[in-house]
Design a protein around this ligand. Structure first.
Ligand code: GSH
Length: 213
């Protein structure tokens, strides 16, 4: 398999954690989101992923975008270990938490949104920071409340899942943007435990071949 990604893209980070968890060998192909005006906009890449976003997974003739769809595909093709463990209720909770991050929060803070705010709408850096603070706070407050109901060792009970895959990169990105995280003790406790898992640690942005740290 081939994974097109960028070292500090949270959606690419999700795909890497999922691949590592399932012990699937893959070839990583960096797509630099800033250099050359953004390699994600080049025609060759857009043929693979017309959205011009990373990640993209290629598995033979299968070309997939959207990290959650990639995870569902990996779950179908490599069922064990499962990213969706438990009964229907637990699997529902896992998908809901994953979507809270991947569909509600991350799109609001994505690079192209921030670029549009500053380049087209001429929003100041201070106002952009307020935007980030606002959406992270709204989302993480609700995430913490949801964890009160469903968390155990990990986001949903005591088994690692797709919800945990989504949490790790989002906290990493919050730290990058200087978001205060003291008000989310359950979430941050889980995050610390997740970082200790070897397959999560190996997916960290700083460990990727295109890392610029
Ligand atoms: N919902 C998509 C999000 C993909 C996405 O937003 N990727 C970001 C990096 S995390 C990206 O490629 N941004 C490039 C840009 O905004 O130009 C997924 O889960 O795969």
């Amino acid at each position: 398999m081939e994974l097109y990604g960028y070292w500090r893209s949270s959606a690419s980070y999700r795909a890497r954690i999922a691949l590592n968890y399932k012990q699937i060998d893959y070839h990583y192909i960096p797509v630099h989101l800033i250099k050359e005006g953004g390699q994600q906009h080049k025609q060759a890449y857009r043929q693979l992923n017309p959205n011009g976003l990373v990640p993209t997974l290629v598995d033979g003739k299968v070309i997939l975008h959207q990290s959650l769809a990639i995870m569902e595909y990996l779950e179908d093709t490599h069922p064990q270990p499962s990213l969706l463990p438990g009964n229907a209720q637990q699997r529902g909770a896992i998908r809901a938490l994953a979507l809270d991050i991947a569909s509600e929060l991350q799109p609001l803070i994505n690079l192209r949104v921030q670029q549009y705010l500053s380049q087209q709408l001429e929003v100041s850096d201070n106002a952009k920071q307020a935007w980030l603070q606002h959406w992270f706070k709204q989302s993480f407050q609700a995430f913490e409340r949801n964890l009160e109901e469903v968390a155990g060792v990990y986001c949903v009970g005591d088994q690692f899942s797709m919800a945990d895959v989504c949490l790790v990169p989002q906290v990493y990105s919050a730290q990058r943007f200087g978001i205060a995280l003291d008000d989310y003790p359950i979430m941050m406790g889980i995050y610390q435990r997740l970082l200790e898992l070897p397959f999560v640690a190996a997916a960290h942005p700083s460990k990727q071949p295109d890392a610029e740290v």
